[in-house]
Design a binder for this molecule. Structure first.
Ligand SMILES: O=C(O)CO[C@@H](C(=O)O)[C@@H](OCCCCCc1ccc2ccccc2c1)C(=O)NCCCCCc1ccc2ccccc2c1
Ligand SMILES: [Mg+2]
Ligand SMILES: [Mg+2]
Length: 350
């Protein structure tokens, strides 16, 4: 009996080490969650990060990648399963090399938490596979704004679905939070779309492009044209058009946050969203993003984390950054009016 307890404590500890290794930002907010939810959300993260490590690896054979993505919801029930076919540079390859530890801990979760995680894994894995193998084969390019919303639904909106289901199943939040799928979806889309804008250069260098052609095609013939100095005005207008698209999700994010009742769940949900609105204001009309990855300053991030503990503070943080975007909004920008109106819509929602 004692032997088993020691073994399971050791593998749980290793899961939190993998959590810290794969994402410092999410690790810090996941560890803040109440006991009832912490392990389930930690494993939810690690299972999906494992799936994403398959998706992100451009050195994997396409058929092999699709087979793994579509069967990952069964793989998580296979005790002992590990994977070492990732390329040497895949940043989270160690997670899959030791994935048997994640599976052991996943199988120790309550059955209702396991089924939420397995269900989202199945939906996300098939969504990623559809993207990897479909007409996007050439460079995972995203054609229409509808495609953009669908891809971000698969990789991030579904995480919002699963988290809302876990919050409700734990009893820490009402069943209602899991009913309004559009609100949960927006929680993921706002984070993922902001990251996709911020990561323009990193993804371009990795041969990936997620900005929808329906938007960037209005400003250039090739996605990489925005890195050229002679195209800097077009690049600026394309960037503001992308920020405009993301602003649409702000009212729903604020509505979702206003429905939360448990303090640890609120902190866990609010902090990534507050980081994202700060990042969105930073990237707006900032042409550095076409040349290198930019991040909000450490000091600002710490202040935001400390301030994001109640709805009034979160609303005023959003107002602050939305005002900063309106200050940077230039009348010569063809998107100027649309952005002003989107800001108006946000301002009344908070
Ligand atoms: O490789 C990387 O490091 C970045 O990969 C990006 C990509 O490949 O596009 C991309 O991979 C997406 C596929 C795997 C999803 C992993 C995930 C992330 C955060 C979680 C938070 C809690 C629980 C489970 C979670 C699962 C990525 O990590 N994008 C970051 C934004 C995704 C946010 C997901 C999300 C959605 C709703 C949320 C609601 C409340 C709190 C956190 C939330 C977090
Ligand atoms: Mg990734
Ligand atoms: Mg990915």
């Amino acid at each position: 009996r004692l032997q088993q307890t020691l073994a399971s404590d050791a593998s749980k500890k290793r899961c939190y080490e993998f959590l810290n290794m794969t994402s410092r930002s999410f690790a810090s907010v996941i560890k803040e969650l109440d006991d009832e939810l912490r392990d389930a959300v930690c494993l939810f993260y690690l299972v999906l990060r494992g799936l994403d490590t398959i998706e992100d690896d451009m050195t994997l054979d396409l058929d092999r990648k699709v087979e793994l993505l579509r069967s990952f919801d069964q793989i998580i029930y296979k005790k002992g399963w590990t994977f070492n076919e990732n390329g040497p540079n895949e940043k989270d390859r160690a997670l899959l090399v030791h994935f048997d530890v994640i599976i052991d801990e996943f199988l120790r979760l309550k059955p209702e938490y396991q089924s939420v995680i397995a269900n989202i894994t199945k939906l996300m894995g098939n969504g990623m596979a559809d993207y990897a193998s479909g007409e996007h084969r050439e460079n995972t390019s995203v054609a229409t704004i509808k495609d953009f919303d669908l891809y971000c639904h698969y990789v991030a909106g579904l995480v919002g679905y699963g988290l809302s289901d876990l919050f409700a199943a734990s009893g820490l939040e009402s069943e209602e939070i899991a009913k309004d799928k559009a609100l949960s979806n927006s929680m993921g889309l706002f984070l993922q779309k902001t990251n996709i804008i911020r990561d323009y250069r990193e993804d371009l260098d990795d041969g990936r492009q997620f900005w929808p052609r329906e938007i960037w095609g209005k400003y250039a013939d090739k996605f990489s044209d925005f890195t050229k100095p002679e195209n800097k005005l077009k690049a600026q207008y394309c960037l503001s058009n992308m920020v405009l698209n993301v602003l649409d999700d702000v009212p729903q994010v604020l509505t979702y946050l206003s429905k939360l009742r448990n303090q640890s769940v609120f902190n866990f949900c609010a902090i990534p969203q507050v980081m994202a609105i700060s990042t969105l204001a930073l990237v707006f009309n900032n042409l550095d993003i076409f040349h290198h990855n930019i991040k909000i300053r450490k000091g600002e991030a710490v202040k935001l984390i400390l301030d994001s503990t109640d709805m009034d503070n979160v609303v005023s943080i959003f107002r602050h950054y939305v005002f900063e975007i309106s200050r940077k909004n230039e009348a010569t920008d063809p998107n100027f009016m649309e952005i002003s109106m989107a800001i108006g819509r946000v301002s009344v929602s908070c």
